[in-house]
Design a binder for this molecule. Structure first.
Ligand code: FES
Length: 162
């Protein structure tokens, strides 16, 4: 499975925290999704082997919890809070604005492969909404101008990579 070396290190370390290996299923899936963006069939089989389970046991966990994605996402992950405080301060508009910037819809990969935009629940910064998380970075009081600025930044970083 294709993960960063540090993810493999974390996985091995996390397993040691549990007296019964299978109890590490959820943390392992979180680590894999954090790195790969989603849980593939190969990941399910890999976790099953690692924890000495049957793939069906892992598959059931993945499909039970809605936070696990079964499809790949764009290179950058834009999460817009839709919980009450952020919704009241314009979270839905912010999300629509991001969709326009990248010509995409929530949950899909933008045509350039660069982003996936999703609504998420409270990001624990309710006093400074609307709040958006891009990969691991939190952005507060995001208005239309800030969406534009963030989108330009993402595009500039994408160009630099090429
Ligand atoms: S409601 Fe958006 S961060 Fe809490």
């Amino acid at each position: 499975m294709n993960l960063k070396p540090e993810t493999f290190t974390k996985i091995d370390e996390v397993i040691t925290h549990y007296p019964v290996k299978r109890s590490a299923t959820l943390p392992l899936l979180h680590l894999i999704q954090e790195d790969a963006g989603y849980i593939s069939d190969a990941a399910i089989e890999w976790v099953a082997t690692k924890l000495e389970l049957q793939p069906i046991n892992v598959y059931e966990v993945v499909t039970f919890y809605p936070m696990f994605r079964r499809q790949p996402i764009g290179r950058r992950h834009i999460k817009v809070c839709r919980t009450l405080s952020c919704a009241l301060t314009g979270g839905y508009k912010v999300c629509e604005r991001f969709e326009k910037e990248f010509d995409t819809h929530r949950g899909e990969i933008s045509p350039d492969g660069e982003v996936t935009i999703e609504f998420v629940e409270c990001l624990a910064s309710c006093g400074t909404g609307p709040v958006v998380m891009i990969d691991d970075d939190l952005h507060e009081k995001v208005d239309e101008a800030k969406v534009k600025q963030l989108a330009d930044q993402i595009r500039a970083e994408a160009k630099q990579r090429k």
